[in-house]
Design a protein around this ligand. Structure first.
Ligand SMILES: Nc1nc2c(c(=O)[nH]1)N[C@H]1C(S)=C(S)[C@@H](COP(=O)(O)OP(=O)(O)OC[C@H]3O[C@@H](n4cnc5c(=O)[nH]c(N)nc54)[C@H](O)[C@@H]3O)O[C@H]1N2
Ligand SMILES: Nc1nc2c(c(=O)[nH]1)N[C@H]1C(S)=C(S)[C@@H](COP(=O)(O)OP(=O)(O)OC[C@H]3O[C@@H](n4cnc5c(=O)[nH]c(N)nc54)[C@H](O)[C@@H]3O)O[C@H]1N2
Ligand code: SF4
Ligand SMILES: [Mo]
Length: 851
């Protein structure tokens, strides 16, 4: 069968599938009278359009996926017929194409999914003030008009404001950024309570800032750019899995470093996909115990004269008693802590091995190799720091690099470097202009609840504002948008209770996500394919210009339209309260303001030439300008990628300036140096009010980490991976991806045997906070005592059995605030048992179709 024929027959079977599923849904009659732009029409047309003349348009791949690639859609008669990726130039190691992954290539199946929300819906038993709130998540849905939906939302907002005040509106922003329209509206309406706390970088942000003095960008720009990586002799990927979590060019870039001679060591409980491609050596480790391995290595380095004393003396404070910052107790130095001079516990490799599970020989060998191979780079993802009270890990790993002088020299470095900046540190070389949307300050900006306390705050009425400052709060409305907060934060079980506790829950989404499912009213929003267009950044060398692909589906509207309509009903002038600019003007502003680094690296120049005609075409007001490329080229290619070559002026290594000139270019820390003893860090953590941290990097077991498990009957640790199948929870519903990447529980073969579990058996995983069931993937590619599950599956509670069938990791993770207020997703103890009920593969589950 030819490819086109195969595609056609697939479309046909999907069409019959749509018919079948539609009859299962409430209000099925709607399915046969869909408007012209409906899914049925689109899908039935595709087969006929396969050979028709159309246009390739750059399509947004806009979610928080850890990559950023060029994706194009072939659009004929307003219908997306197929997709492709970057073919704007030849692929080469120095000038790589920006090629899409399986998720990006399945986008058509998400945007045109049968389960898109089509109309505003309300919960059948909803009444003003709640109405059988306990039915949230299981009630039936009723289709309503936009007018009714907006009327309900506006009247509930007014009622709740009148009865409880503005602080009772809780608008938790997602972890994936996204526009803040609802917060803008509520800010204009008197303010609202929001959420705070990093979910991505674990304990890195505050530690990086305090130890190095750099306050920008969480350190994600740190390390080497992709050319300088080729100078590394040794690259230790310490809890980093770019082949899965930084799709796009990073793995290709690492391969160039490998070809140039770098040895790769991976330290990870999982033998990851990256290990498969890159590792010369894999060192499995117990999750949340990395600091012990680092201290064991430090002990070996110290006691075997492998220190770079000059580096420590010139660039650091706190290593030994002679180099302490002003006011610190000389006894409180790192060297004496490692040697155990005052606490009686030398942090020997023997001491470390008992906790981290890495053998003494391996620890010594690793320390020896790292200290004697230069330049060597340690690169970590967020994962090993994504643990409860995890601040010691980033602090310790930086100290390890300082001890060997592996910082600030091409090919050396120590940093978190993940997501779409992985392998390419340095200032962003191409960037969009600002949209021009004026900020609307939130009058209740101080009313902010940490992710680790928010559900408890809803249920108990108390939260921590700072150390010793417990505040009262009475949340009565939860508004979910551009995030899947209930699914994607720790403590989902508690979150469901919280959702069932308040008087009103609203969601605006493309799908009946977990957030939406537990709401009273859901509003269908357009995808980026249905909006005017925009610019997207990713690695530092590209800027993507995506355009509208198709008309809005069914009755979906943009978030901006929704808040504009609500503003009117709340008696506000939307042009003042929400948005004074047209969408076209905002897009134009971003294009006109886009800038690109000059080849000599001295500063930026304008990227796009815009003629009066271009400005007219964009429907905006502006002045013609001259830039590096024409608007026509930018639009047609849909991408600008800056030319690069080895030895150019844009290569980058963090801290090169400081290492070259420690006095003239001193760091913005109190001492002007790297702070191994870091008092400002200790004070910052204390001020937050959850836990404390010593000014030195030490080992302090993570709450619900390795040590907490076995003694309390939870002998396994679970880690929650960023998973191929989806971007967090986004794309989890795409059948192609469900089939290609099952949501399975990875378990070591010896553990499985002890528990009588075979491949594909269903396993019940229980933590202190909840239970999930999943099929086992029995493998040698994970450390004994550890199991792994992809994060982001859409909660599917079997309330009778008390288990989540989808394997959502938020159900297992505890709602625990620690440290700087980051979330410790990888600190979690579980027990495992074989589950004796069958579980259909989730690709076979009915889609969440409501209308
Ligand atoms: N496919 C996909 N990619 C993504 C995303 C996605 O949802 N899907 N999300 C993106 C986002 S927003 C982010 S923030 C990044 C996150 O990127 P990362 O933090 O790099 O990704 P993770 O998968 O959490 O973990 C990376 C590796 O660390 C290991 N690990 C886990 N715990 C520990 C530990 O305690 N010690 C050690 N040494 N290793 C450990 C894991 O086994 C895994 O192999 O990913 C981005 N990329
Ligand atoms: N257990 C565990 N949990 C984790 C992690 C982990 O490692 N382990 N990782 C964490 C990390 S790093 C991150 S960044 C977070 C991500 O957490 P979130 O940002 O909460 O998760 P997403 O799944 O990206 O949610 C995006 C939602 O927005 C919707 N959406 C997309 N476009 C629009 C739009 O234009 N308008 C509106 N209204 N909605 C839109 C999507 O359908 C989706 O429901 O997850 C965190 N959760
Ligand atoms: S890595 Fe991200 S941007 Fe690239 S194709 Fe995949 S999902 Fe899209
Ligand atoms: Mo993230």
């Amino acid at each position: 069968m030819s490819l086109i024929e195969k595609a056609k027959s697939h479309m046909m079977s999907r069409r019959s599938f749509l018919g079948a599923t539609a009859t299962l849904a409430a209000g099925a009659a709607a399915a046969v009278t869909l408007p012209g732009c409906g899914l049925q029409k689109v899908d039935s047309n595709v087969a006929e359009l396969a050979d028709k003349e159309g246009e390739w348009i750059t399509a947004a791949c806009w979610h928080n996926c850890g990559g950023r690639c060029l994706n194009k859609a072939y659009v004929a008669d307003g219908v997306v017929v197929r997709q492709k990726t970057d073919d704007t130039h030849e692929d080469s190691p120095d000038y790589p194409q920006q090629r899409g992954c399986a998720r990006g290539r399945s986008h058509r199946k998400m945007v045109l999914g049968a389960d898109r929300l089509k109309y505003p819906m309300k919960r059948k038993n909803w009444e003003p003030g709640g109405g059988k709130k306990e039915l949230r998540g299981k009630d039936e849905w009723v289709r309503i008009s936009w007018d009714e939906a907006l009327g309900i939302v506006a009247s509930e907002i007014k009622r709740i404001k009148g009865k409880y005040g503005n602080a009772s509106f809780f608008l938790p922003p997602g972890g994936s950024g996204g526009d803040m329209e609802p917060i803008r509206l509520m800010s204009a309406y008197g303010g609202c309570t929001t959420r705070w706390g990093d979910v991505s970088w674990g304990a890195w942000p505050v530690v990086w800032q305090k130890v190095t003095g750099i306050t920008t960008d969480n350190g994600s720009m740190a390390g080497n750019d992709r050319f300088r990586l080729r100078d590394s002799k040794l690259i230790i990927l310490w809890g980093a899995n770019p082949a899965q979590s930084s799709q796009g060019t990073p793995t290709f870039n690492y391969l160039q470093a490998k070809k140039a001679g770098a040895k790769f060591i991976l330290i990870d409980p999982v033998h990851s996909e990256t290990a498969r491609v890159m590792a010369d050596e894999w060192i499995p480790i117990h999750p949340a115990t990395d600091t012990t391995l680092i201290l064991g290595m430090a002990h070996h380095i110290l006691t075997n004269n492998l220190l770079d004393i000059d580096f420590l003396d010139t660039y650091c404070v706190g290593f030994d008693a002679d180099h302490m910052p002003d006011g610190a107790d000389p006894k409180d130095n790192f060297k004496d802590y490692v040697l155990g001079t005052f606490d009686g516990t030398p942090k020997t490799p023997e001491w470390a091995a008992k906790i981290c599970g890495v053998s003494v020989d391996t620890i010594r060998q690793l320390a020896q190799e790292y200290a004697t191979t230069k330049p060597a780079a340690i690169i970590t993802g967020g994962a090993p720091a994504r643990i409860n009270n995890g601040e010691h890990f980033p602090h310790a790993i930086m100290t390890l690099a300082f001890m060997t002088g592996n910082v600030g020299k091409p090919g050396a470095g120590v940093s978190p470097n993940m997501h779409n900046r992985a392998t390419n540190a340095g200032p962003v070389l191409v960037q969009p202009g600002a949209s021009g949307l004026p900020a609307i300050p939130n009058p209740l900006a101080k009313s902010k609840i940490n992710s680790g306390e928010m559900w408890n705050a809803v249920l108990t009425g108390k939260y921590t504002a700072s150390k010793g400052d417990q505040k009262d709060i009475n949340i009565q409305m939860i508004w979910n948008w551009f995030g899947n907060t209930l699914n994607q934060r720790a403590g989902t079980t508690r979150g469901i209770e919280a959702h069932r506790n308040v008087e009103f829950v609203l969601a605006q989404n493309l799908f009946l996500s977990t957030d939406a499912r537990y709401s009273d009213v859901v509003l269908p929003v357009t995808s980026q394919w249905e909006r005017l267009g925009g610019l997207l950044t990713g690695n530092r060398e590209i800027l993507i210009y995506f355009r509208q692909i198709m008309k809005p589906l069914f009755e979906a509207k943009s978030d901006m339209w929704i808040v504009t309509e609500l503003a009117k009903r709340l008696g506000l002038d939307p042009t003042k309260a929400v948005n004074p600019l047209s969408e076209a003007q905002m897009l134009y502003n971003q294009i006109a303001g886009a800038k690109v680094m000059k080849a000599d690296g001295t500063g930026y120049e304008k990227l796009v030439t815009l003629t009066a005609e271009d400005i007219k075409e964009l429907g905006a007001k502006g002045i013609p300008q001259t830039g590096r490329i024409s608007y026509k080229e930018f639009k047609e290619k849909g991408i600008y990628q800056i030319p690069r070559s080895r030895g150019d002026k844009l290569e980058f290594t963090s801290f090169e300036d400081f290492i070259g000139n420690p006095v003239g270019k001193k760091l913005a820390t109190p001492s002007g140096k790297f702070e191994i003893y870091c008092d400002s860090l200790a004070k910052a953590i204390e001020k937050v009010g959850f836990t404390t941290k010593s000014p030195l990097p030490k080992y302090e077991p993570s709450r619900e980490g390795y040590e907490d498990g076995s003694k309390n009957g939870y002998p396994f640790q679970v880690i929650t991976l960023h998973y191929y199948r989806r971007s967090h929870s986004t794309l989890d519903n795409v059948p192609w991806l469900r089939e290609a990447f099952p949501q399975e529980l990875r378990i070591n073969a010896s553990d499985a045997q002890n528990l009588g579990i075979k491949n594909n058996d269903i396993v019940k995983v229980t933590s202190r906070h909840g239970s999930v069931i999943r099929q086992a993937m029995v493998t040698e590619r994970i450390m004994p005592g550890v199991v792994a599950l992809g994060e982001g599956a859409w909660v599917e509670m079997d309330e009778q059995a008390g288990v989540d069938k989808a394997g959502c990791t938020g159900i297992l993770d505890g709602h625990i605030p620690t440290g700087q207020g980051h979330t410790g997703f990888n600190s979690c103890n579980v027990k495992l048992e074989k589950y004796n009920q069958p579980l259909d593969p989730d690709v076979k589950w009915p889609q969440r179709i409501i209308f």
